[in-house]
Design a protein around this ligand. Structure first.
Ligand code: ADP
Ligand code: MG
Length: 347
């Protein structure tokens, strides 16, 4: 188990991490998700012992590790452009962390050879032990880097955008593979990404970061379905953000109820396009006019204008499009399955 307690880190006067607290349970794979500059790498480096926090503590398995160096933490890490040793073969690269161990901590040659073979199989590179990094594809190199990190049997695996530099397809394959590998080995892992799809697909838990702070921690579905802040709404996928005003507990825009709350005042309503339901015109429901219909692979995106001109985006299936005969100029009725208003100065 990893516990981050109230960790802050400044570079000069700039707060890269501002009182961050976080707990990662044993065996979980956690994603640090956020835009560039939000402090993800800084937090990972502090977990690795490559950087010291200004204040706060890091506990590993209940023991204070704040002052410990990287080696004493038993962590393995892989960075985005984590160069392999070019003059070493694949097998030598993987064995490196074991060979440099001192005295009684260094396994015998036979044990090292065996571990390297097991790891090569694990990362599906059996047969390539003798190759050099220049003779491998990008995806293969990243897998060697992972095997090298795993060789020292880390209790914590830290990955900083490990697949960031790869093609979309290779990246997809590798992240599925990482998920399987993680499940098989029962590792505890923290990986950094700015790619929401990657975080939602791979992680048990997602930590959304913004400007050195944690905006929300939760399972992928919690983060996606119940964003805690406007930032999380915006950062995780497509969302309609509609300026509105809550009065008497309810906010109405163009005749459409867009949410409410206990606090009255101006704010912004957030609605996911797939929560905008389009129906045949009915006198009992608010109306809208279809302005544009675009096919996006399996889904159809419709842009609609409410009676006051407010524009919303809806995402419907092709079936729904056909049933309603959705087209530009069509009048429809609208129903929001889910919407949430944040009152106040919503950036
Ligand atoms: P992320 O990984 O989320 O993109 P980082 O943790 O790398 O963000 O950086 C967070 C902020 O801290 C950035 O604004 C970055 O410029 C700054 N920063 C990171 N490392 C240093 C450093 N060694 N010296 C000065 N500023 C730094
Ligand atoms: Mg980074």
């Amino acid at each position: 188990m990893i516990e981050v307690e109230d960790v802050s880190k400044h570079f000069g006067t700039f707060a890269a991490l501002d009182r961050v607290s976080l707990r990662v349970n044993k065996g979980k794979l956690v994603a640090l998700l956020g835009p560039s500059g939000s402090g993800k790498t800084t937090l990972l480096r502090i977990l690795a012992g490559l950087e010291q926090p200004d204040s706060g503590r890091i506990r590993l398995d209940g023991v204070d590790a704040t002052g410990l160096g990287t080696r004493d933490r038993r962590v393995g890490f892989v960075f985005q452009h984590y160069a392999l040793f070019r003059h070493m073969s694949v097998a030598e690269n993987i064995a490196f962390g074991l060979k440099v161990r001192k005295g009684p901590h260094r396994p015998s040659k036979a044990v090292i050879t065996e571990r390297v073979e097991t790891l090569l199989d694990l990362v599906q590179l059996g047969g390539l032990a003798g190759r050099y990094p220049s003779q491998l594809s990008g995806g293969q190199r990243q897998r060697v880097a992972l095997a090298r990190a795993l060789a020292v049997e880390p209790r914590l695996l830290l990955l900083d955008e490990p697949f960031g530099a790869l093609d979309a397809q290779v990246r997809k394959d590798l992240r599925r593979w990482l998920r399987h590998l993680h499940d098989e080995m029962g590792l505890t892992g923290v990986f950094v990404t700015h790619d929401q799809e990657e975080a939602l697909e791979v992680a048990d838990e997602v930590v959304v970061m913004n400007k050195g702070r944690i905006e929300q921690i939760g399972s992928p579905s919690e983060i996606y379905d119940s964003p805690a802040t406007p930032f999380v709404y915006r950062f995780l996928g497509n969302v309609n953000a509609v300026p509105c005003s809550v009065s008497g507990g309810s906010a109405v825009v163009g005749g459409l109820h867009v949410g409410g709350g206990t606090v009255d005042g101006g704010g912004v309503a957030f609605v996911r396009p797939h929560d905008v339901e389009l129906l045949e015109l009915s006198p009992d429901l608010p109306q809208a006019t279809i302005r544009q219909v675009t096919v996006l692979g399996p889904l159809v995106r419709a842009e609609l204008a409410l009676s006051d001109g407010t524009v919303l985006e809806a995402e419907v299936t092709r079936d729904q499009r056909d049933r309603l005969n959705l087209r530009r100029g069509l009048e429809v009725s609208v129903f929001l399955r889910k919407a949430r208003v944040f009152v106040g100065d919503v950036a």
